[in-house]
Design a protein around this ligand. Structure first.
Ligand SMILES: [Mg+2]
Length: 365
C-alpha cells in the first residue's frame, strides 16, 4: 500500500455554553487534522485537539514539512515514518508542542488506515483487553465557571445517568472557594462515587501542600496537575507527602519525561495524551513503561475520547477513561457511554472519521 495524497483540515466545533478551567477559556474545540489517502482506497483520519487557538500552525507544519515526506510511503511502516518525521527537518525547532501535535495527527491517521485495512476496530488491531467496555468518569459537569448551584445540579445528574466517577475543576483565586465547592460536591454525590479534582497547573508547591492536605478529608481519587508540568521534583514532593494520589500527563510530551516522572514516583496516575506524545506510536511505549511500574494509565480526554477509547481498551494497566462529549456528534461512529461504561467501537479504524455534513459545517480551513 502506498500513500498518494495528504490533505489537512481545521474544524472549530462550538462548545455550548463556553467553559473555563484555571487557565483556559474554550468557546470552540479545534480539530487540526489530516486525511491521508492511499492507492488501495483506504483513507485515514487523524487529528489533534486545541481550544481553537494555534490550529493553523499545526496544519502548516503538516502541509509544508510532513506531507511531502509521506507521499509514496507504506502506512504499515508507521514506526519508520514516525522516526523519520520526528528526527527530520523539524527536530531543530520543535521537539514538543506544535510539531508534536502535528505528528500526532499524521500518526493517528496512519494507525486508522492500518486498522481499516485489517478490517478491525483499532482496539482489536492492537490486541484488545477490555471486551466488556471501559469504565468512564465524567468531567463535563465540573467547569470552573459553573456557579455552585449549576455544579451541584450537573454532578448529581451525571451520577443519576450511571456514571460512577466525576471530576471537577478547582484553582479559584481563593482556594477557600475550591474547598467549599469540593465539600458540597462530595456531599451531593455521596461517598460511593469516585471523585477527582483538577487544578490545571494553578498552584505552587506550598499552596498544593496546604490545600491538598485540607482536601484529603473528601476522599479524593486523585489530585490532577497541581503544578507546572515541568516541575517533576515539586510533584514528587506532593506525591510523597499528600494522602491524595497525583495524576498528570496531558502536558508531558515524551516518553523520557514520563520515564522520569514515573521512575521518581512523581506521578501516580499516568494521563498520557495521544496528541501530546505525537501519536499512538509513542503512546503505546509510555503505556508499557507505566505498566512496568504498576502506574495505571487514564488518558486525558478533553475531547479526544474517540481515539483514547481504543487505546485504553487495548491496555492492560488502564482502569478508566474520562468522558467529555463536546464533539462526539460529528463522527461516523461517536464514542458512546452507556450505564457508566464506554461501549467499544465495532467499525474498522480508529473512530476518527468525520461525517461529511459536519466536516463542511465546521470547517474553517
Ligand atoms: Mg486536566
Amino acid at each position: 500500500m502506498k500513500i498518494t495524497k495528504v490533505k489537512t483540515f481545521v474544524l472549530h466545533v462550538p462548545i455550548t455554553p463556553p467553559i473555563t478551567d484555571a487557565i483556559n477559556v474554550a468557546t470552540h474545540w479545534g480539530l487540526s487534522g489530516v486525511r491521508i489517502f492511499t492507492d488501495e482506497g483506504f483513507v485515514g483520519y487523524g487529528y489533534t485537539g486545541t481550544c481553537a487557538q494555534g490550529d493553523e500552525m499545526i496544519v502548516d507544519t503538516i502541509d509544508r514539512y510532513y506531507a511531502p515526506e509521506l507521499i509514496g510511503k507504506d502506512p504499515f511502516m508507521v514506526k519508520e515514518i514516525w522516526d523519520s518525521l520526528r528526527f527530520g527537518k523539524m527536530h531543530w525547532i520543535g521537539r514538543a508542542g506544535v510539531t508534536h501535535m502535528a505528528l500526532a495527527a499524521v500518526d493517528i491517521a496512519l494507525w486508522d488506515i492500518m486498522a481499516k485495512a485489517s478490517n478491525k476496530p483499532l482496539w482489536q488491531y492492537l490486541g484488545g483487553h477490555k471486551s466488556k467496555g471501559i469504565k468512564a468518569y465524567n468531567t463535563n459537569g465540573g467547569w470552573l465557571n459553573w456557579s455552585k448551584e449549576r455544579l451541584l445540579k450537573d454532578v448529581t445528574e451525571i451520577v443519576e445517568q450511571g456514571f460512577t466517577g466525576v471530576k471537577i475543576k478547582v484553582g479559584k483565586p481563593d482556594p477557600r472557594e475550591d474547598y467549599d465547592r469540593v465539600k458540597a460536591v462530595r456531599k451531593a454525590i455521596g461517598d460511593d462515587v469516585i471523585f477527582m479534582i483538577d487544578v490545571n497547573q494553578q498552584w505552587n508547591v506550598n499552596t498544593a501542600m496546604t490545600w491538598g492536605k485540607k482536601l484529603e478529608e473528601f476522599d479524593l481519587f486523585w489530585l490532577e496537575e497541581p503544578l507546572n508540568p515541568d516541575d517533576i521534583l515539586g510533584h514528587k514532593k506532593l506525591a510523597d507527602e499528600l494522602n491524595v494520589p497525583i495524576a498528570l500527563g496531558e502536558h508531558v510530551y515524551t516518553k523520557y519525561a514520563f520515564r522520569d516522572y514515573i521512575h521518581h514516583g512523581a506521578v501516580e496516575y499516568c494521563q498520557v495524551d495521544v496528541t501530546r506524545v505525537a501519536g499512538i506510536t509513542e503512546w503505546l511505549q509510555v503505556a508499557g513503561l507505566a505498566a512496568a511500574y504498576d502506574v495505571p494509565v487514564c488518558p486525558h480526554v478533553g475531547d479526544m475520547g474517540q481515539i483514547h477509547q481504543h487505546l485504553v481498551a487495548a491496555t492492560q494497566g488502564s482502569i478508566m477513561l474520562e468522558y467529555i462529549p463536546w464533539i462526539r456528534d460529528i463522527f461516523v461512529e461517536p464514542a458512546t457511554v452507556r450505564n457508566g461504561f464506554y461501549v467499544l467501537p465495532e467499525m474498522p479504524g480508529a473512530s476518527t472519521e468525520i461525517l461529511p455534513a459536519y466536516f463542511e459545517k465546521y470547517r474553517i480551513r
